[in-house]
Design a binder for this molecule. Sequence first.
Ligand SMILES: C[S@@+](CC[C@H](N)C(=O)[O-])C[C@H]1O[C@@H](n2cnc3c(N)ncnc32)[C@H](O)[C@@H]1O
Length: 269
Amino acid sequence: MSDKEDGSDGVLQQPSESGREDAPSSGERLRLLDLFCCAGGAGRGYADAGFEVVGVDIEPQPRYPFTFIQADALALPLDFLRSFDAIHASPPCQGYSPMRHAPGGKEHPRLIGATRALLEAAGVPWVIENVEEARSEMRSPVMLCGTSFGLGTQGHDLQRHRLFETSFPLTAPPCEHSGRPVVGVYGGHARNRSAKHGGRGTCDGWEGGDVADGQEAMGIDWMTLDQISEAIPPAYTRFIGTILGGLLLTNGAARVQTTPAAMDNGLTT
Ligand SMILES: C[S@@+](CC[C@H](N)C(=O)[O-])C[C@H]1O[C@@H](n2cnc3c(N)ncnc32)[C@H](O)[C@@H]1O
């Protein structure tokens, strides 16, 4: 793996003196590893929730706003993973998307299982995020929706349902679908998702938008539309990060591993 050009040694620093098992001492920031980070939609939310964030992506990510390491996430050493207080992973969704069957569509790997195995082996609290179409490969995920966080633009709601499997207890706020038209940000465009346009919404009105619309809808102001299309709204991980940070500060990492999957893997000792 190679470090970002900013000269930071980032993730290569030793774990904090508090170690993985205990709550960090006061004034010490929790550290989160953001795997498959792209341009940092997820990472931004965790940073807003108070985490020091380090991202890993197999492609260069010059817009990533935090310390960045270019590497294959699935080839990272366990010692390295264990130097963090928590790990978020957003493996690529294309292998689960309905578009994978489109004529000329490329083969895309399905990495959720391999990612889970890696995170369970690391044994620190973790989050795996993916699209609704990946539900059959995810264990008891919760779904987050942009309407729960008031996201949208130009009188349109952003729904952008995404699933989150976590190694700790998480309850999602309910969707607040308003009946307003729905905007989708995908494929490098901000689009009207009205029924007329094949989307979930029921009203017509907005005929599509540019990068400013996509940025406003998602709460992201540093990405291209292509990158926004890949991202999750920072509001989602701000919500998760606030809960996770509270659990870590109160209980320490070992006792945050409470899901059946974590129990099965003996990670709660
Ligand atoms: C869906 S995007 C992640 C979006 C990000 N969580 C956000 O909110 O902005 C998936 C990313 O995984 C990266 N990727 C694919 N395979 C990878 C691998 N083996 N290791 C690291 N990154 C990988 C892609 O380059 C892409 O940037």
